[in-house]
Design a protein around this ligand. Structure first.
Ligand code: NAG
Ligand code: NAG
Length: 123
């Protein structure tokens, strides 16, 4: 009885050691959005700036940057765009067709994964 218990304890001890030593943190690779700026240049032009950062991304890694705005108040003039991760920001030019309109946009950067974020502004 006593021997059995000791035996089970020893087995459990080694098994728990195995669990601890076989657990490792895997490398996470991600791109995350940081800041959004919307700059009204004049009544017919808006410039949107978008910055990103990330973890375990090489500076020369290719990323595809996109901005899409819904509705007919604005047109995005230069999306999609080719970038590398290390640039860490980009700007988009928008032609404004209506003033005082609430515009909803979706932006994202894609490497092997992608993030998509929605934001709003008033023209
Ligand atoms: C707005 O600014 C852009 C670029 O700065 C310029 O080309 C355009 O003529 C301007 N439009 C008006 C209405 O001022
Ligand atoms: C954009 O990135 C450049 C470097 O690529 C940096 O010098 C600049 O400050 C950045 N601008 C913003 C608004 O983050």
């Amino acid at each position: 009885m006593n021997m059995n218990r000791q035996y089970i304890f020893v087995i459990a001890f080694f098994f728990s050691l195995f669990l601890v030593t076989s657990s490792t943190y895997l490398e996470v690779k991600q791109v995350v959005p940081t800041t959004f700026t919307v700059n009204k240049v004049n009544s017919s032009k808006i410039v949107v700036g978008i910055s990103w950062d990330g973890t375990n991304e090489a500076d020369d890694e290719y990323v595809l940057a996109r901005l899409k705005c819904f509705g007919d108040a604005v047109t995005v003039l230069n999306s999609p765009q080719d970038h590398v991760f290390g640039e860490r920001n980009t700007t988009y030019e928008l032609a404004v067709h209506k003033s005082n309109a609430l515009v909803r946009c979706r932006t994202g950067v894609k490497d092997i994964e992608r993030w998509l974020t929605f934001f709003y502004f008033q023209t």
